[in-house]
Design a binder for this molecule. Structure first.
Ligand SMILES: NC(=O)c1ccc[n+]([C@@H]2O[C@H](COP(=O)([O-])OP(=O)(O)OC[C@H]3O[C@@H](n4cnc5c(N)ncnc54)[C@H](O)[C@@H]3O)[C@@H](O)[C@H]2O)c1
Length: 327
């Protein structure tokens, strides 16, 4: 992709969006970011001044933005605008999350008419059938478990349904309209600046405060596949170069880690030995969710290089810093 056209990042002030915007600016691109700031942070809080001249921010609902008559030709388009939130939102607010169907319907209607070089659609591991993620039937989730026209299971709540629909729309955009588009299915992305409604930063902060007992949501036996956000971003650029037919690829580490193990790891980093206390009345989602990374390794020739030890240490240090600054 040449540097002459601007890159569009929807949801550009959210957790994933911020990392992609900064990476693109570092690479020399002009970036347009659209975000209604329902969750996202205003760029004044995170954008280094050196990039201001190459960055345009639209504080707007993405649906309104895309209805603008005159938009430039974009190079790549990264679509992250979505109602997400942590597990409490996904289970407690399913119809708010279903707004993603309307965001994506508008996005795809626009993308097939617009002049864009390539599109990255942020799907999720939540698109996978939940019946292979329970206690008895847990399996590493591989891409072929979702096959349009053949195998489709029940995804995770309205969030998973919207992502599955988004993947289907991506396939249609590629096959019927010739759009170069790739889907990613990130597992549990985490990072230093992630919102505390997500488990990794929340547990890190409790450990940084040396809380005892150290609280975790759910039974603590539920497991996820954690992958550092910078590694997710690395993968996105590789994927855009390799996939154009709307198909999807996992982004994960392939390693399953229970919430109990997450808490123990942060306690170890913090240098104390608290009692780990599961809050069983809090939602925990599916029991076991982790990636089969065979396709990711084959197609991208890549694996995440930030280890859990390194990534969690960074998140812990950021939590210590926030506490020190009273933020
Ligand atoms: N973080 C992860 O590990 C992860 C995992 C799987 C999938 N994803 C997907 O990646 C994308 C980004 O996730 P995230 O973790 O950055 O979430 P996020 O909530 O931090 O970011 C989403 C952004 O979209 C904005 N937004 C919401 N509705 C909007 C609208 N109508 N118009 C404009 N902006 C709007 C929000 O303000 C927010 O800044 C989502 O599609 C999500 O499903 C993320």
């Amino acid at each position: 992709m040449g540097l002459e056209k601007p890159v569009l990042v929807t949801g550009g002030c959210g957790f994933v969006g911020r990392h992609v915007v900064l990476r693109l600016l570092k690479m020399g691109y002009d970036v347009w970011a659209v975000d209604d700031l329902s969750i996202g942070q205003h760029p004044d809080l995170w954008l280094p001044k050196e990039y201001i001249s190459r960055f345009r921010f639209f504080h707007q609902d993405i649906k309104e933005f895309l209805r603008k008559e005159k938009l430039p030709e974009f190079g790549d388009v990264f679509h992250f605008a979505a109602v997400v939130g942590g597990r409490a939102n996904i289970e407690g607010n399913p119809l708010a999350v279903a707004q993603d169907l309307s965001i994506d319907a508008e996005f795809f209607s626009w993308v097939v008419k617009a002049s864009v070089d390539r599109v990255l659609y942020a799907s999720s591991s939540a698109a996978y059938p939940i019946n292979v993620q329970d206690k008895k039937n847990a399996e590493a989730l591989s891409e072929e478990m979702i096959q349009f026209g053949d195998i489709l299971g029940q995804p995770d709540m309205t969030y998973g349904w919207s992502k599955l629909t988004g993947e289907y729309l991506s396939k249609i955009a590629a096959e019927n309209y010739g759009v170069h588009i790739a889907c990613i299915r990130p597992f549990s992305g985490y990072g230093e600046d992630q919102d505390n409604t997500y488990p990794v930063p929340a547990i890190a902060e409790r450990a940084a405060r040396k809380e005892d007992p150290l609280i975790i949501w759910g039974s603590g036996k539920q497991g996820r596949d954690f992958v550092h956000i910078e590694n997710c971003v690395d993968a996105m650029f590789l994927i855009l170069d390799k996939i154009k037919d709307g198909s999807a690829i996992n982004i994960g580490s392939g390693r399953l880690m229970t919430f109990e193990e997450v808490a123990k790891k942060f306690a170890e980093i913090a240098g104390y030995t608290p009692t780990i206390k599961p809050l069983v009345d809090k939602p925990e989602g599916v029991h076991t969710r982790y990636a089969d990374i065979t396709k990711m390794k084959q197609v991208l020739g890549w694996e995440p290089e930030i280890s859990i030890d390194e990534g969690f240490r960074r998140v812990y240090e950021a939590a210590v810093e926030r506490i020190k600054n009273g933020s």
